[in-house]
Design a protein. Structure first.
Length: 66
């Protein structure tokens, strides 16, 4: 199994997209990190994480739900 440790500043995010299966953190126009929601835990935990992400995004950075 391969893993990835990555560190990005919130200020470097272009947008965040949430799907039913994952979060996509775009750090360029077409490139994103995409951790699956299953790594967060039960579905209700991902709701709390989504709220946490929204509160930390810089002004003007879109949070899109699909």
């Amino acid at each position: 199994m391969r893993t990835l440790n990555a560190e990005r500043k919130w200020a470097g995010m272009n947008r965040v997209r949430e799907t039913s299966e994952m979060f996509l953190f775009y750090y360029s126009r077409r490139t994103a990190y995409f951790p699956p929601k299953r790594v967060v835990g039960p579905a209700h935990d991902s709701v709390g994480l989504a709220d946490w992400i929204r509160t930390r995004l810089p002004p003007g950075v879109a949070y899109i739900t699909a």
